[in-house]
Design a protein around this ligand. Sequence first.
Ligand code: G3P
Ligand code: CA
Length: 283
Amino acid sequence: MPHQPEPLVIGHRGASALRPEHTMPSYETAIALGADYIEPDLVSTRDHVLVARHENEISGTTDVADHPEFAARRTTKTIDGVTVTGWFTEDFTLAELRTLRATERIPDLRPGNAAFDGLAPIPTFDEVVELAVRHGVGVYPETKHPSYFDSIGLSLEEPLLDVLGRHGRRDRHDPVFIQSFEAANLRELRETTRLPLIQLIGGSGAAYDRMVTPAGLEEIATYADGIGVATSRVVPTGSGGRLLAPTTLVRDAHRVGLDVHVWTVRDENAQLPADFRRGDPDG
Ligand code: G3P
Ligand code: CA
């Protein structure tokens, strides 16, 4: 696909520095600030509706722990090799999830956002796309844990394409990028959609290290249109956060026809204390 003449501005989880992430006020603020795209992470409810949450475990981003009627739903699961205890979207119907309210995920970093705790419900993907269409901006959905959701009979792909199609966003040049860390999920999507697909590549890990080699990029170009990489893959940092020389990744990716998007670029990362940055590099 043709390379964009200007960098795209993607509202990561909305304007998550200014409103609790993945809420309608967060997406609306990102649009008001001039974002070209808004970025919802997607998980499924029990009744197979896509909602915007970074994780399917929601104790850190909602007030679910304050709802005694849901106390018995607290459980422990191992998903993608990580064991987590809490409340999971796939154990709630949409109607039940709608009784919850979003809260700030990192109040220490974003104390101003705590003022918005308890105000907004969890949005559906349908609402997010409707907002994007109404304002003429793009939407950049990410499928979260797609193989896990497949394994419990709640495939993310079908409702994802259904919602986009209902809002008239189904063609190659529509302002949509679908992103995933799971190559298998993108390969599956490639079978059913011409919408641009983005292979996410984390900042560390052997599988991701392979993806950024020339051979790895060539392979990605067989099923995706671009890569979405941690900024450290493009501009690594040395001791004390000192920026090192850029890698050849952008050139190598362009050479095989892949677009390159980076995450995450924002001022507040510069304000993180050093120990926080190590623990949660993408903020
Ligand atoms: O869009 C890329 C980026 O969103 C992936 O990281 O963890 O913020 O979803 P995450
Ligand atoms: Ca994301």
